[in-house]
Design a protein around this ligand. Structure first.
Ligand code: IMP
Length: 441
């Protein structure tokens, strides 16, 4: 039975949380498979806004199992704050399971993230400074601390931290003038972390394998987006994990045969936070319309997001890398009242005048690209109350149909507002528990 991957198809912040929240109603298991508290999910439920960084947004359903998978990195302090917030709001939360294989973000990772960014000056990545990159660096360097290590004997844990301190202290102190790792201070932090996390640590791979075997619905929720993928994104202006569909398998422990569908979430336009090339970026009136009406400020850092037109060249690439089966297009309502809409269908190299329709592997090439646009008339009035594709203004239908045609992926969901019901479901992605379709369109 289906394991569905929900992947960010652009540079993150595509509105995945709303799509996940919508689908989670009929899922039994919701799995976060990569990234850490660099992500920010906002879910509006019955007028109340919930913000999550680590815990899957499915936790708002008391009958769900939410998993923080092996491919993630976890800041225990952020996790504790989220658990406290849920307790304060008296949410009957679902079951939370944390993989012992997930890595821990420690204070020295956060300090290093900031110090590395500062040392890059103008060339900085624009990270969230949450320690994500340094945590993954230690994972790859085989000197990370994992969630399951918190359950080790004091003696083994201390010797492991000592090895980490021996390797990292020269870098911390000499290269970045940061304080060295104090083994005993980390030991007592670990004790604190153990108290927070121990009730949730369990073998999530096994839970998922059983779920799939029993035909339960599983939703694999990506953080960030395809163009921020460490391997496939706009390197080096990327995050340090794999938000793409391949990362959903390695980051959850489910094999590829368990995956039945991959849905790509994309805004009707494009946004990006942090540095790096962005061919369709706008600096005009239309750009400020998207930023203001779309409330384009980061959930995690509060930074203003850069805004631009929909980039179908990047999206075609994203569709291929992820093997997308369907598109969830969000924030269509942000276009309400615009006279003209644009869709980038190709790039022109400003240096050579060459026209390309494929996404370059190097930012040094991408930087020279200017967008080639198709123009569409906009519409007046609001699409927020529309619930069927055919009831959308014809201008909106034309824009969406053309976008889907260029990317060669069908439209599955259109979001026309922040609330759950402000949605047009074109394709039933999951079977409902009773076998009845909840297709709205
Ligand atoms: P890091 O993930 O904090 O290392 O940041 C690396 C890059 O990814 C920066 O450009 C960040 O702005 C970007 N980034 C990280 N998380 C998100 C997210 O959830 N949404 C959008 N951009 C993100």
């Amino acid at each position: 039975m289906p394991a569905v991957i929900i992947v960010g198809a652009q540079w993150g912040d595509e509105g995945k949380a709303k799509v996940i929240d919508l689908l989670a109603e009929r899922d039994h298991y919701i799995v976060r498979y990569q990234g850490g508290c660099n992500a920010g999910h906002t879910v509006v439920r019955d007028g109340e806004t919930f913000k999550f960084h680590l815990i899957p947004s499915g936790i708002l359903y008391s009958d769900k199992t939410c998993i923080i998978g092996p491919g993630t990195v976890i800041s225990p302090e952020v996790l504790e704050a989220e658990l406290q917030n849920l307790a304060e709001k008296k949410i009957a939360m679902g079951r939370l399971c944390i993989s012992p294989r997930a890595h821990l973000t420690l204070p020295y990772h956060i300090a290093l993230d900031g110090a590395k960014e500062d040392s890059l000056g103008e060339g900085k990545i624009g990270t969230t400074r949450r320690g994500i990159g340094p945590t993954y660096e230690d994972k790859v360097g085989r000197i990370g601390l994992r969630v399951g290590d918190l359950l080790l004997s004091e003696e083994i844990l201390r010797s492991r931290i000592q090895v980490i301190a021996d390797q990292k202290n020269p870098v911390l102190t000499k290269a970045f003038q940061l304080p060295p790792i104090d083994v005993e201070a980390i030991m007592s932090l670990c004790e604190q972390y153990r108290r927070i996390m121990a009730p949730f640590i369990t073998d999530t791979d096994e839970i998922l394998a059983q779920a799939v075997e029993q035909g339960e619905n599983v939703l694999l929720e990506g953080a960030q987006g395809t163009m921020l993928d460490l391997d496939h994104g706009t390197y080096p202006f990327v995050t340090s994990s794999n938000p793409t569909a391949g990362g959903a398998c390695t980051g959850s422990g489910l094999g590829p045969k368990a995956i039945s569908r991959v849905i790509g979430v994309a805004k009707a336009y494009t946004t990006r936070v942090g540095s790096g090339p962005f061919p369709t970026e706008l600096f005009d009136q239309a750009g400020s319309h998207l930023a203001t009406v779309g409330a384009e400020f980061g959930t995690t850092t509060g930074r203003a997001r850069r805004c631009g037109w929909f980039d179908a060249v990047a999206m075609k690439y994203s569709a291929r890398i992820n093997g997308l089966d369907g598109l969830a297009i969000t924030k269509l309502d942000v276009f309400d009242g615009l006279e003209e809409l644009r869709l980038c269908t190709g790039y022109r190299n400003k240096q050579t005048d060459e026209v390309v329709h494929s996404f370059p592997s190097h930012i040094e090439v991408l930087e020279h690209m200017e967008p080639i646009y198709e123009s569409f008339p906009g519409w007046q009035g609001s699409v927020r109350d529309v619930r069927k594709f055919a009831d959308l203004p014809i201008e909106a239908q034309n824009f969406l149909n053309r976008l889907s045609q260029i990317i060669n992926v069908p439209l599955s969901i259109i979001s026309v507002g922040p609330e759950r019901d402000q949605t047009i479901l074109i394709e039933d992605i999951l079977p409902s528990p009773k076998g009845t379709s909840c297709l709205v369109s």
